[in-house]
Design a protein around this ligand. Structure first.
Ligand code: IMP
Ligand code: MG
Length: 176
């Protein structure tokens, strides 16, 4: 049985940190409109929390992706749901739940930059630098995390735990 081992970031810590990062983003984009792009499903929880704290006008759109199993093709990602609207000429902020190896984020940044946005930046909720394989420019990040599997605030284990208000280290127990 998988079980929560310890809480890494509490609800209060998360909300406070999101307010700080949102203030920086609002200052950096002052006087402009910002298109937030979320990645289904993990980043939805962070994106909505972040968006509520932003003071610049915000639009929202979503991408769906599916990753191939590591044994099939390491770091291969496929778009399963495309954006609803064009991002051409827009200031775009890609909002990620976690940057781990960096493969997913690199693919998404390449995909989005090919659609001629005016600018493209990245904001990630969590950053696990210890497992990074592909260097990714992180414009904004909330927390760096240790080399442990985490759940909550959008992050899942087998689709569960996304709704936790906190981020916790998960002990997967015996794999079946
Ligand atoms: P990357 O391509 O290795 O950077 O992987 C990013 C994706 O792996 C994320 O979008 C998550 O879906 C998943 N992932 C990586 N680490 C964790 C974790 O600790 N908990 C839950 N999902 C994770
Ligand atoms: Mg996942």
């Amino acid at each position: 049985m998988a079980e929560i081992e310890r809480v890494l970031f509490t609800e209060d810590e998360i909300n406070q940190r999101i307010r700080q990062v949102a203030a920086r983003i609002s200052a950096d984009y002052a006087g402009r409109e910002l298109k937030l792009i979320g990645v289904l499903k993990g980043s939805v929880f962070f994106l909505t929390a972040l968006a509520r704290e932003l003071t610049v006008p915000v639009k929202v759109d979503f991408l769906g992706i599916s990753s191939f199993a590591p044994s099939e093709a390491a770091g291969m990602v496929r778009i399963s749901k495309d954006l609803d609207e064009s991002i051409e000429g827009e200031d775009v902020l890609l909002v990620e739940d976690i940057v781990d190896t960096g493969f997913t984020t690199r693919y998404l940044l390449q995909h989005l930059s090919g659609r001629a946005p005016k600018s493209l930046a990245l904001c990630t909720f969590l950053d696990r630098t210890t497992r990074r394989i592909v260097q990714i420019p992180l414009d904004y990040r909330c927390f760096e995390i240790p080399d442990r599997f985490v759940v909550g605030f959008g992050l899942d284990y087998r689709q569960l735990y996304r709704n936790l208000k906190y981020v916790a280290v998960l002990n997967p127990g015996d794999e079946d």
